[in-house]
Design a protein around this ligand. Structure first.
Ligand SMILES: Cc1cc2nc3c(=O)[nH]c(=O)nc-3n(C[C@H](O)[C@H](O)[C@H](O)COP(=O)(O)O)c2cc1C
Length: 204
């Protein structure tokens, strides 16, 4: 599978894609504990990350980066987290690592803050958009995907293991693999409760 990357300045006409709309309307994450090999190949991963890096990005700052975790490197990261968890009285921390241990591939999306005129909030939102694109593209490629944060996105030692420093935030760990079971539809928002049409308001 090859990724056709547009050249800078190339016209990119907007074309309707009913197939994409149908896919998005039924898109569903898969539980990390159901994700097994095979995961995306190296070429497929390159495509997925390239698509995710096309996320809307005010100021073209690319205020995010990826850390790929697979094979022995992921095993080493898990071992490091186990050592951190072992120092805690909370036994649930080790148990929660199953979600990281099980899938063949994990990608940490690290949100950066680049000082300047673009508000930090917008840079963080862009990192969330990267995560959304990454799971969506992986699902469109036929893989199961799950966006997880859990304790190791926030623990200082765990963050250091990933090389996250300073104002870096872990936007998420994206787990990828082949799902054992088809995920079931979950509860979705009541659209009437979250959509309104703006009407003029009196300002005193
Ligand atoms: C920023 C973020 C962090 C999340 N962290 C977790 C988590 O730590 N544990 C968990 O079970 N689900 C977590 N979720 C929710 C899962 O991604 C969930 O499977 C997903 O929302 C399912 O919805 P979908 O099928 O619409 O994609 C997180 C979601 C987001 C957006």
């Amino acid at each position: 599978m090859l990724l056709t990357t547009p050249k800078f300045g190339e016209p990119l006409p907007i074309t309707a894609s009913p197939e994409t709309l149908a896919f998005l309307a039924a898109r569903r994450s898969a539980s990390a504990m159901t994700l097994h090999a095979p995961g995306p190949s190296a070429d497929q991963l390159h495509i997925l990350l390239s698509i995710a890096a096309r996320a809307p990005d005010h100021g073209k700052l690319a205020p995010w980066r990826f850390v790929v975790l697979s094979g022995v490197n992921k095993d080493g990261f898990v071992a490091g987290l186990e050592a951190i968890a072992a120092r805690s009285a909370d036994s649930s921390l080790v148990k929660k690592l199953g979600k990281l241990r099980t899938p063949p591939l994990a990608i940490a999306v690290i949100s950066r803050h680049i000082p300047g005129k673009i508000p930090e909030w917008e840079q963080r939102l862009s990192a969330g958009a990267v995560c959304t694109l990454l799971i969506t593209a992986a699902q469109a490629m036929g893989y199961g995907a799950n966006w997880i944060t859990d304790w190791y996105a926030y623990d200082a030692d765990a963050r250091a293991l990933l090389g996250a420093a300073g104002e870096d935030q872990i936007a998420g760990f994206i787990y990828l693999g082949t799902p054992g079971d088809a995920p079931l539809e979950r509860v979705r928002p009541d659209m009437e409760a979250i959509v309104e049409t703006w009407a003029p308001v009196a300002i005193s």
